[in-house]
Ligand binder design. Structure first.
Ligand code: SF4
Length: 290
């Protein structure tokens, strides 16, 4: 790098940071090794979550109010349904019905004329060392609770089995970074984060303040520093042994849900790979917080 050139910022999403924090080897497989090592099969719970997110994005972000009807929702789910990860067709069709009920239940009370401030909105902000970005499921703009103007609310849809709490909302690094990004990009006050849990049709909410946001940002920057240092080593060219030392496996119960468990002996020893449909009934531990 030439003198006086600005330091290159480390570009990351919350998912990338959390992958590094959870397991360095998984990070290396996901973000650095090319060609990327083969992943395991698709997860059925991700299929359900993906389709639910797509339908809600269409409903709030693309459809005019005249289209926002239960019949349109049912038709959209049928057209968009995929069999990826399910045990068989019977299970897939059963979950197509469950997903339909979930979405219809969630939308039952919604105002068809409601226009969120953003849907699948990309936001970003920079720190001294990083450019952090992410895509928010929905950004609501509501009357400010202070009584003055409006405020933004970060909404994240969740479809896993475990009911969520305000602690889940408050402790989510992703949600805190979304608050900082939304403030930066949309120029409105924003403190509130909400996890909308569709299976129970409940909302787990939390309000951030300057201290909690600063704590999350410090945590993000600390992960950025470690990931940037590890990536610098990778860029120098590492032998396989050196790569394993710079990006060690970090076996945990999460390994059963890891896309790379089939090629990771250390992970397989701790938790054998789960069936692709196992997450429908037995929630992966990080689902609530990704
Ligand atoms: S199986 Fe476990 S240790 Fe191996 S890469 Fe995946 S998360 Fe890391």
């Amino acid at each position: 790098m030439l003198p006086d050139m600005p330091t290159r910022l480390f570009v990351a999403t919350p998912t990338k940071l959390m992958t590094f924090a959870d397991c360095k080897r998984k990070y290396r497989y996901t973000y650095l090794e090319r060609p990327r090592p083969p992943k395991g099969p698709a997860w059925a719970h991700n299929t359900v979550g993906g389709i639910v997110h797509e339908v809600l994005a269409d409903f709030f972000g693309r459809w005019p109010a005249s289209r926002r009807t239960p019949d349109e929702v049912v038709a959209r789910i049928r057209v968009g349904w995929r069999d990826e990860g399910f045990r068989d067709e019977v299970q897939s069709l059963d979950w197509r019905e469950r997903a339909t009920e979930m979405v219809l239940g969630y939308l039952r009370e919604s105002d068809p004329y409601y226009e969120p401030r953003g849907v699948e909105r990309t936001v970003a902000f920079t720190t001294a060392r990083a450019s952090l970005r992410g895509r928010i499921d929905r950004v609501d703009e509501r009357p400010a609770r202070s009584g003055d103007g409006t405020e933004l609310v970060i909404v994240d849809y969740k479809t896993g089995r475990r009911p969520l709490t305000s602690t889940d909302a408050r402790s989510s690094l992703a949600m805190a970074l979304y608050v900082l990004g939304a403030r930066r990009v949309l120029h409105r006050p924003c403190t509130r984060v909400e996890l909308h849990h569709l299976p129970t049709n409940t909302v787990a909410a939390a309000d951030h303040d300057d201290d909690s946001l600063a704590r999350h940002q410090r945590r993000a920057e600390s992960i950025v520093d470690d990931a940037a240092a590890a990536e610098s080593r990778w860029a120098e060219g590492l032998t396989p042994a050196e790569a394993d030392e710079a990006f060690p496996p970090e076996p945990s119960p999460l390994c059963g849900w890891c896309d790379f468990a089939r090629i990771c002996p250390q992970g397989r020893r701790v938790a054998p790979p789960r069936d692709p449909w196992a997450g429908l009934e037995d929630l992966p531990p990080t689902e609530a917080l990704d």
